[in-house]
Write a protein that binds this ligand. Structure first.
Ligand SMILES: *Cc1c(COP(=O)(O)O)cnc(C)c1O
Length: 456
């Protein structure tokens, strides 16, 4: 039943009863079978009538036959559970947000403690956690990265980085790469490479040039050509390892050479570490893997510990100081709020205390070796298995095979990132706390599913 205009005027009593029902549901720790059925029905109807029916089509592609309503309910550790009580090992990890696990108790504690005192900031008095988190970040980020601006998401971090770079260089040419993903707001989308995401919104921010990721000759020629025509390059934006683009690791020496070109032309190097940051690749930041210090680093996804939406840009003083004179030149109401900062501080503490970046490197190697072993004899299906730390990609010969494998794994209780939209490469990005037993289960499931998938 959908809402008609009459009902909207007279039906507030009904919607208040509904709100009460929903609030009661939120309060519940466990639900009965009957309640689970109600939740499933309301969720499917709600998506169809009020969210976007397109999602139901999309979700159907990863669930079993008409049982297209896998509705999530709770999560902890490396797993989440749907309303029917079925447990999944989460190797999608919200595209890399659960580095410290689902609802890590230390993050929850810090957030709850802060929440009990103050949730959001006044916007006028000085808020302490912002200052403290900025200091911590200056210490853990590479080189002389120093000043921090806080955001609520990855795309906002990229927007802030682009504005910092533009203000520093007073130039409008920005080099991005093919297969890059930097977000979907108009500025960051200009840097994103995927045609289907960009085309309906053209023209985007002017000055962006996309060149092939990993091609240093092309990068050099673009710098030269832009200088010759008076459109000097102001910045280069890169993911040190491309995530959405299919776990693409740059060729040896590439990022160092890009750094040298930026220095030669006094252009800003932006590392978008929204996905690679916070220990994912086996180092706290992927910049360290390649021994390169960018001028600006963008963070989000795992930054809020999988509990709070939170992001940041950290920049060198020479770049950031343009915002000293007028700090209101770029602002956000919620960015850097006390509960987000509390979550980020607890997250960094866990990463350091439990040495999770090192653990990601170790477990990642074990995981990749196991997957390669499992793929033996399936060379007609699997083209390549690659990764750094717990940022792993499995590339198939065809999109359809990747789709069948991710669907098969989902049916067997393992969630990987791969949909009909693009499953030629599926991504495995579990919590960095994932146990070896869970890794073994995923590898065995992968092996079992590979054996059942037919090459058409
Ligand atoms: C996910 C992602 C973004 C966008 O982050 P949102 O929080 O979804 O806006 C930007 N850059 C990279 C590298 C990402 O992986």
């Amino acid at each position: 039943m959908s809402v008609n205009v009459e009902q909207k005027k007279t039906g507030l009593e009904d919607i208040r009863l509904y709100i009460k029902q929903v609030l009661d549901l939120i309060e519940k720790e466990n639900i009965t079978e009957e309640e689970a059925q109600w939740v499933t029905r309301e969720t499917v109807d709600g998506f169809r009538e009020y969210v976007n029916p397109g999602f139901l089509e999309y979700r159907k592609t990863v669930t079993k036959d008409q049982q297209f309503a896998a509705v999530e309910w709770s999560d902890s550790g490396s797993c989440f559970t749907d309303v029917t009580g079925k447990k999944y090992i989460d190797c999608l990890g919200g595209f890399g947000i659960y580095n410290v696990g689902h609802r890590n108790p230390k993050v929850i504690k810090a957030v709850k403690d802060q929440l009990n005192r103050q949730a959001l900031h006044s916007q006028d008095l000085l808020d302490p956690l912002r200052a403290m988190l900025a200091k911590i970040l200056a210490h853990i980020t590479p080189g002389d990265l120093k000043y921090a601006f806080f955001t609520n998401s990855g795309t906002e971090s990229v927007e802030a980085a682009l504005k910092l770079a533009k203000m520093y260089s007073d130039r409008s040419t920005i080099i991005s790469t093919t297969k890059a993903f930097h977000g979907k707001s108009l500025g960051s989308l200009s840097g994103t490479a995927k045609g289907v995401f960009r085309k309906p919104f053209l023209p985007l921010v002017s000055g962006f040039r996309h060149i092939p990721f990993g091609d240093i000759d092309m990068m050099r020629k673009t710098f030269e050509t832009c200088a010759l025509v008076g459109e000097d390059v102001g910045a280069v934006i890169l993911e040190p390892i491309q995530g959405e683009g299919g776990i693409n690791i740059p060729p040896e020496g590439y990022l160092k050479q890009v750094r040298e070109l930026c220095d030669e032309y006094d252009a800003i190097l932006i590392f978008d570490e929204v996905q690679t940051g916070m220990g994912r690749t086996g180092k706290m930041f992927a910049a360290e893997l390649f021994d390169v210090v960018p001028d600006i680093i963008c963070l989000a996804k795992a930054f809020g510990g999988g509990v709070m939406p939170a992001g940041a840009v950290v920049a060198k003083e020479k770049v950031f100081k343009n915002w000293f004179k007028d700090p209101f030149v770029h602002t956000t109401t919620f960015g850097g709020n006390p509960i987000a900062c509390a979550a980020a501080i607890a997250t960094i503490d866990i990463l350091l205390e439990e040495k999770l970046p090192e653990r990601a490197a170790e477990v990642g190697e074990y995981f990749i070796n196991g997957l390669r072993e499992a793929a033996k004899g399936h060379e007609d299906k699997v083209l390549d298995i690659r990764g750094k730390g717990l940022m792993i990609g499995v590339e198939f010969h065809k999109d359809e095979i990747g789709y069948e494998v991710s669907k098969g794994m989902f049916d067997n209780g393992v969630l990987v990132a791969g949909t009909l939209v693009n499953s030629k490469t599926i991504r495995i990005e579990p919590p960095l706390t994932i146990s070896y037993e869970e890794v073994d289960t995923v590898i065995q499931t992968f092996k079992k599913v590979l054996e059942t998938v037919k090459v058409q």
